[in-house]
Design a protein. Structure first.
Length: 337
């Protein structure tokens, strides 16, 4: 008889995920991938990263040039997931109340709360670096605590709650750097660029961008309740002590002063990076239909987890040493079991 293990996290119990239910969940996620692929194609790794983030209950910072369907993919994902979706266009004059809402007075009705667009399941924070830090910080409480404060009242956000913020890496004028405290709230930072020729040809033929989104035939495969069940299942994926040590060695190398690239790193990965690798590796195993984590799962998520958590020095920028190159070197030189 299979022994059931119990995992404690935030005063909640998670049973070890069974092989059968994990395979069923993996098949369901494959169906989600295929449905997304009918509209958004050529960036399968991006889709996998978004699904991992949803399974982990995390948020995503997406970086890419304009016109590569960053908004489209989250709209498609929201529709397939059967969730409420809102898009917030960040501009220099955007106020925190434009995001979370405000208390207003109406004659004959009195004071009432007008809730902002943050009250949805899926949020796109479009060009988040165009707004000043005060407005950007309006998302922090929502992302971390899944709640917002309007006036003197605190309102819980309905789960699942997923934020996908995107930023344009090309422009330097009229934009603000994201505060480190906010960047760290994102589970992943995903980069993707131009599609391959065959995919771009298909884009030209189908003209998805110029069609009415409501006319695109996409069926809802998931539901908010099902997503929450998948998140609980993800917590139950088994991660061995040896894999934990492997994760720890990866993070420790980024802090090691004897590390070959240490002169290019001002600040190594924090314990939050270890936690992110721990939970994200479970989501990769779930996607692959396994109820246990292998080192290859950690490697699959390492770039997305660490990309925004390593603070590079001016020397690295001057010599063109990218953070992805450093992460790849770390993964090549940390021994797994």
């Amino acid at each position: 008889m299979e022994k059931k293990l119990i995992y404690k996290k935030e005063n909640r119990d998670f049973k070890r995920a069974g092989a059968t239910e994990v395979k069923q969940a993996s098949k369901l996620l494959d169906d989600v991938r295929k449905e997304i692929g009918e509209v958004f194609y050529g960036h399968e790794l991006v889709v996998d990263s978004l699904l991992r983030a949803i399974l982990c209950g995390g948020h995503v910072l997406l970086e890419g040039v304009p016109g590569i369907a960053k908004t489209l993919v989250i709209k498609v994902l929201a529709k397939i997931s059967g969730c409420k979706f809102k898009r917030i266009q960040f501009t220099v004059d955007l106020l925190p109340t434009d995001i979370i809402g405000l208390t207003t007075y109406t004659p004959k009705k009195g004071f009432e709360v007008v809730k902002g667009p943050i009250f949805a399941n899926f949020i796109i924070a479009d060009e988040i670096n165009r707004a000043p830090p005060k407005t950007q910080s309006a998302l922090i409480e929502a992302m971390q605590e899944q709640q917002v404060t309007i006036g003197r009242e605190t309102y819980q956000l309905e789960p699942p709650f997923f934020v996908m913020a995107n930023e344009n890496p090309l422009e330097t004028e009229g934009v603000y750097s994201l505060p480190e405290a906010q960047i760290d709230r994102f589970l992943f930072k995903i980069k993707f660029g131009y599609p391959e020729d065959k995919h771009e040809l298909r884009m030209m033929e189908e003209n998805v961008t110029f069609r009415n989104f409501e006319d695109i035939k996409i069926k809802a495969i998931l539901s908010p309740k099902k997503i929450i069940e998948l998140q609980k299942l993800n917590h139950g994926i088994y991660l061995d002590e040896k894999v934990k040590k492997y994760i720890l060695e990866i993070v420790k190398m980024t802090r090691d002063e004897k590390f070959q690239y240490s002169e290019y790193i001002d600040l190594g990965a924090s314990p939050r990076a270890s936690i992110a690798l721990f939970i994200a590796a479970k989501s990769e195993a779930l996607l692959r239909g396994r109820n246990f984590v292998l080192p290859i799962d950690v490697k699959a998520v390492a770039h997305d987890v660490l990309r925004h958590r390593l603070i590079l020095s001016y020397r690295a920028q001057a010599e063109g040493i990218s953070v992805d190159k450093i992460i790849s070197f770390v993964l090549d030189n940390v021994k797994s079991y």
